[in-house]
Design a binder for this molecule. Structure first.
Ligand code: PMP
Length: 421
């Protein structure tokens, strides 16, 4: 098999390239002898912003007039060429050189949420099966619900998606459902903070190849792994293996947690044929991720290089690791036997099971709020939102240490009251 055709949704198959954007591309690569009266670009001379500068690590970067013109103008749907070159370097640095790299492409999206929406919408028709972590990131549920996809929940634990359960569920549903995708947050899962073990990464890929499934690796917490060695991504394991030339892993990355969330930069990397569908999806939604934020990131990487970026990542990782350690210590101090958790290996969250409480929803939504503590009940993340759920999600990203400690103290009081102690 050498085509991804069977995986595409009706919407993806129905999209056609915009002929005007094709002309725009021709115009961009042509020399000055080409007179273009075709494109619909506004004239940049009429844009009122005439200069932009920013400060990074204490030093000022002033955008040149050429960069400013690019930043303020329409650009290509896959992303700015200068920015895509940096993303390519990041890919080869962190996920290795693939001998199949001629078949790899990248589409920059307006945050990874936008990329995931375009990707899943390009793959899934109503009723098609997607096997996902349970609990899962609610933003993915929000994408899948209107698509009418059948979400098949797979158990998770401190080591991420349980691949024995995955194998069982694939066997169970392979006849009744058009199974297409396995989707997982392999590092620092949201809400669990768990990271898929190396053994399970290999097993998950074996299953994808054996049952003809694609893998969507949603990995916004890739750079926020706190302990031990960074495990190879599913993308790396698949694309760098010489075993199967039909590659199955599509990655979603994001700068939200490490550079800026408001900058809205994410990107999807995968087989050219799949990324081609995302280009068409982009053409009918955002046209492209803002040129401005792509230029800002290009400047950042021009200044940093890979070494500067790594230094920044070490700082970010240390910051969140300290906060993770603080919250875990505080939970140990206050909650003791009242709750259980796995120490999160990455990400921004502690996933706590409240012992003896069958469903945390009322306790967290009402009583904790009355006690001035906002947390997320576990039901928000369950595939079956209506089933009783004894978990809650606690973020260690923003609140001060004093606030985190006080929140754990109040939570302990609430649990004790609920249990009648
Ligand atoms: N995937 C996961 C697992 C997330 O937790 C988030 C953000 N909370 C996203 C995707 C979307 O991130 P963004 O659109 O900011 O890149």
């Amino acid at each position: 098999m050498n085509s991804y055709e069977r995986f595409f949704s009706r919407a993806a198959l129905a999209r056609k390239p915009s002929p005007i954007r094709v002309l725009t591309k021709i115009q961009m690569v042509s020399g000055p002898e080409m007179i273009s009266l075709a494109g619909g670009m506004p004239n940049g001379a009429m844009f009122p912003i005439s200069g932009l500068s920013m400060k990074v690590d204490g030093s000022e970067i002033q955008l040149s007039q050429a960069q400013l013109a690019t930043a303020l103008q329409y650009s290509s749907s896959l992303g700015l060429a200068s920015f895509l070159r940096h993303l390519d370097s990041l890919r080869t640095h962190y996920h290795g050189e693939s001998s199949f790299s001629d078949n790899i492409d990248t589409c920059v999206s307006t945050g990874s949420q936008n990329g995931l929406e375009m990707l899943l919408g390009s793959l899934l028709n109503e009723g098609d099966g997607i096997l996902t972590d349970d609990p899962m990131y609610p933003g993915t549920k929000a994408i899948l619900r209107p698509l009418g996809a059948s979400i098949i929940p797979i158990k998770t634990d401190g080591d991420g998606m349980d691949t024995d359960d995955l194998a069982k569920q694939i066997e169970k549903f392979k006849k009744s459902h058009n199974l297409k995708v396995i989707m997982t947050v392999a590092n620092g899962g949201n809400p669990t903070g768990s990271t898929l073990s190396l053994e399970r990464r290999h097993r998950l890929l074996e299953l994808a190849h054996a049952y003809d499934l694609l893998v969507v690796e949603d990995d916004p917490y890739y750079f926020l792994q706190f302990d031990g060695e960074q495990l190879p991504s599913l993308f790396e394991l698949d694309w760098n293996s010489s075993q199967n030339s039909f590659k199955r892993v599509i990655r979603s990355d994001s700068f939200s947690k490490i550079i800026s969330a408001g900058i809205r930069i994410g990107w999807i990397t995968g087989p050219k044929e799949v990324i081609g569908k995302l280009e068409l999806a982009t053409q009918c939604s955002t046209l492209h991720c803002p040129s401005l934020t792509q230029v800002i990131c290009t400047e950042l990487f021009d200044k940093w290089g890979i070494n500067g970026f790594e230094e920044h990542i070490v700082k970010v990782k240390d910051f969140y690791r300290n906060r993770r350690n603080f919250l875990v210590a505080s939970a140990e101090k206050h909650l003791g036997d009242l709750a259980d958790w796995d120490v999160p290996k990455g990400g921004l969250f502690l996933w706590i099971k409240l012992n003896g409480i069958d469903d945390t929803t009322a306790l967290i939504e009402q009583k904790a709020r009355e006690a001035n503590v906002l947390l997320c009940p576990g039901s928000y993340f369950a595939v079956d939102e209506n089933a009783p759920n004894s978990y809650c999600r606690v973020a260690f990203s923003v609140a001060s240490e004093e606030q985190m400690d006080e929140a754990m103290r109040r939570l302990a009081e609430l649990i004790k009251m609920e249990l009648g102690n």
